[in-house]
Design a binder for this molecule. Structure first.
Ligand SMILES: Cc1cc2nc3c(=O)[nH]c(=O)nc-3n(C[C@H](O)[C@H](O)[C@H](O)COP(=O)(O)OP(=O)(O)OC[C@H]3O[C@@H](n4cnc5c(N)ncnc54)[C@H](O)[C@@H]3O)c2cc1C
Length: 414
């Protein structure tokens, strides 16, 4: 099937809407919430209300992470492959294109948009119909990471004990770095039913944020994305109804954990898209500054005949374009139900690195202006780094890619 390198035209309205929100709401509040860490951006409530009123539960015209991974019977925005074998651009592509625009505005504010959150992607991936109805549309955070388990998520120690008398699970452990953990309605917690049985026994549980056993320990102070809250929790005999376990309660030696991990095939292209959005903001602003300084970018002339700043800019743009196309490919594959673990990791690795690289080079090109708080360039350079860390670090993506290309298992290549 030939690849079409243009963004699907039917999403143009969504892209325009997201861009408008980025300009009118995100950009206008960027610096405010960068400086007021842990203060809730109340301006987003109005936005969420407008979105809800318009019936676009998944985000700005379906542009939020909440829409991703949602199962459908193959409707307009569905992820089901078309019967005629043609291309489908569904919720993954829509979310990606919207997120790029919103993160061009402000990635920290995007990460704290009410009723979004990567936890919804996990719910959509494994929840049954009754759970989808109960949890759908709620703001859901995702709690995997622990003090002793980050990159190696199979090493988590939080336990889920089955209480036969009360017919409930009892969760105990510690979770750190939970994005939106304080503000969300729900927290999807990974815990093991039996540590001796390894990754097969790891399950995800939906915990209501106001559950008294889910105790907020502290909020992190961070380098960037300060508008987004990052919470650390202790789970202290946290009782969860059996209906809140996502997927099957059985400990199946094969398939269970792989199923949970497949959530990342949908979410990694989105995080890559966030990096693409921030990098585009850096490129756009730097182009304005270069133009004001009298430097002309000429795409028809060889790089070595142009000012160094122009040559640097063109090379950054081409790297950015490569990251964008890889990411669109990964999202397109998810929409068309093609296995995309390899491409999702490639997109995340490339975009994470390009985002960080472009942002810092733009700061450098803009000189003293780039490093000062009078511009947002220095903020974007701080914000973008997280996109090369969470949902799997740069090094972990390269490891997954190497395993995929060499045909090796996680046991064979560590
Ligand atoms: C702001 C923020 C928000 C976050 N939000 C969430 C969230 O919502 N939910 C959640 O569950 N987690 C979240 N995280 C956690 C994030 O996913 C982890 O930080 C990340 O997975 C890395 O884990 P770690 O910090 O324990 O580092 P480690 O796993 O200890 O890694 C440290 C370094 O070693 C490298 N490394 C590790 N293993 C290997 C290997 N085998 N080969 C080569 N290099 C390796 C890593 O790439 C990294 O550079 C968040 C983190 C931050 C900072």
């Amino acid at each position: 099937m030939p690849i079409n390198l243009e963004a699907p035209k039917r999403f143009q309205q969504l892209v325009d809407q997201a861009h408008m929100v980025a300009i009118e709401i995100f950009r206008k509040n960027s610096r405010k919430y960068d400086q007021a860490e842990h203060e809730y951006p109340k301006e987003l409530d109005m936005l969420a209300a407008v979105i809800e009123g318009s019936g676009e539960g998944g985000g700005v015209g379906g542009a939020g992470a909440g829409a991703v991974g949602a199962r459908s019977s193959g409707g307009e925005n569905g992820t089901k492959a078309r019967q005629d074998g043609g291309n489908r651009n569904g919720s993954n592509m829509a979310s990606l294109l919207g997120l790029i625009e919103l993160c061009w505005g402000d990635v920290g504010l995007l990460l704290t948009m009410p009723r979004q959150g990567l936890g919804q992607a996990a719910i959509a991936a494994v929840a049954d119909d009754e759970q989808l109805k109960r949890f759908g549309g709620k703001w859901a955070a995702m709690a995997i990471t622990e003090p002793e388990a980050g990159s190696d998520s199979a090493a988590i120690r939080t336990t889920a004990r089955w209480d036969e008398d009360e017919q409930e699970y009892v969760l105990n452990g510690e979770k750190i770095f939970v994005t939106s953990g304080d503000r969300a309605d729900l927290v999807v917690v990974w815990a093991t039913l039996d540590a001796k049985q390894g990754r097969a026994a790891i399950k995800s549980f939906v915990v209501e944020r106001d559950n008294p056993g889910l105790k907020l320990d502290r909020l992190e102070h961070k380098l960037g994305i300060k508008a987004s809250d990052t919470a650390n929790f202790v789970l202290d005999n946290c009782r969860v109804p059996k209906e809140n376990l996502l997927g099957s309660p059985e400990i199946a030696p094969k398939g269970g954990f792989a199923g949970v991990m497949q959530t990342f095939d949908n979410t990694r292209p989105l995080v890559a898209g966030m990096a693409i959005g921030v990098a585009k903001a850096c490129l756009d602003r730097t182009l304005e500054l270069l133009t004001e300084a009298g430097i002309e970018i000429d795409y028809d002339r060889p790089l070595h005949t142009q000012p160094a700043a122009a040559a640097d800019f063109i090379s950054m743009e081409s790297d950015w374009e490569a990251a964008r196309l890889l990411t669109m490919q990964a999202a397109w594959m998810a929409d068309n139900r093609k296995p995309n673990s390899l491409q999702a990791s490639m997109a995340k690795a490339k975009a994470g690195r390009v985002g960080t690289d472009v942002a810092l080079r733009c700061v450098a090109l803009a000189g003293a202006i780039g490093y000062g708080e009078g511009e947002l360039l220095e903020k974007w350079a701080r914000d973008v780094k997280i996109l090369d860390i969470f949902e799997g670090t740069q090094q972990i993506q390269l490891l997954i890619i190497a395993r995929g290309l060499l045909g090796l298992t996680s046991g064979e290549l560590k």
